[in-house]
Design a protein around this ligand. Structure first.
Ligand SMILES: N[C@@H](CCC[C@H](N)C(=O)O)C(=O)O
Length: 282
């Protein structure tokens, strides 16, 4: 402990909760260690990780996000929407189109504002990356869509998509009953994925509705994952389960997201919520 205090804001997007620091005003040192300590739901603030909202030379702000195990994620869909709300309502960025620099490029956020309150945010998440070497996944070919390989101890069929971070999508039934605490680590740490992986278990309810649960790299099961919802929608379109360029509702444990894969880019729409503000000693 350095005997210094930091102000934070807890926010969530569909129950995917992070501890946000306004780095226009606060200086956060050693975010990896801080994320491990504060994410702890018994001895810390409690959350899926921490997010830093930083100044940017090329956009309205820059995001850095850290998982609960201290690893840095290159992209976080739910955090982008929360940052849009934070910047508009508290950061003095009174624009309904906001740009956000991330480790996977600049994202454009379109805000729906009612009486000064941001009710939803649509994020242009960019094009999905399907080339195995770039995801990265150790599989041959130009794409790993409906690939069959040994994964988590069994031969399985799955699709791999990067939305700036790596995802492995499996279509299955009975998603609500899966024991992710038991099976999740086997996917996350499978040697097919040199940088580990986020894994989505997806049930097709109808051509416009998917139920999804996620085991996140570095944080375990979370109630929602924005990039995971995008990766699942892309995989569903490519597998012929859902139509191209139409809204698909992703039913997550913490709420719904609406995803549209246009064929070029992926649009993600959903809410963002303030939970509480606090001060921590570091
Ligand atoms: N919950 C996030 C993704 C967070 C990062 C991920 N665990 C990774 O390490 O890639 C989202 O909403 O996208």
């Amino acid at each position: 402990m350095q005997n210094k205090t930091l102000h934070f804001t807890k926010m969530h997007g569909c129950g995917n909760d992070y501890i946000y620091f306004n780095c226009f005003e606060e200086r956060v040192e050693n975010p990896e260690e801080l994320s491990i300590r504060l994410s702890d739901r018994h001895f810390g603030v409690g959350g899926d990780g921490i997010v830093l909202i930083c100044p940017s030379k090329t956009a309205d702000a820059r995001m850095r996000m850290f998982n609960a195990d201290g690893s840095e994620g290159k992209m976080c869909g739910n955090a982008t929407r929360c940052i849009g709300k934070y910047l508009y309502e508290r950061g003095g960025v009174r624009k309904d189109v906001i740009t956000l620099e991330t480790l996977s490029g600049i994202k454009t956020l379109r805000l729906t504002v009612e009486d000064g309150v941001v009710s939803s945010v649509q994020v242009d998440m960019g094009a999905p990356v399907l080339e195995p070497a770039l995801i990265p996944v150790k599989l041959p070919g130009e794409r790993a869509v409906n690939a069959t390989a040994l994964l988590a101890g069994e031969t399985r069929t799955f699709s791999c998509v990067s939305m700036g971070n790596p995802h492995c999508v499996l279509f299955t039934t009975g998603v609500a009953g899966l024991d992710l605490e038991r099976i999740g680590p086997g996917y996350e740490n499978d040697p097919l994925f040199p940088e580990r992986v986020n894994t989505e278990f997806v049930e097709v309810l109808d051509p416009h509705t998917l139920r999804m649960r996620v085991w996140e790299r570095g944080s375990g099961e979370t109630l929602a994952c924005g990039t995971g919802a995008c990766a699942s929608a892309v995989a569903a379109v490519l597998a012929g389960h859902c139509p191209l360029n139409e809204d698909i509702t992703l039913k997550l444990r913490g709420g719904d997201l609406v995803i549209r894969y246009t064929g070029e880019t992926v649009l993600m729409s959903g809410g963002a919520t303030f939970v509480f503000d606090g001060v921590v000693q570091v």
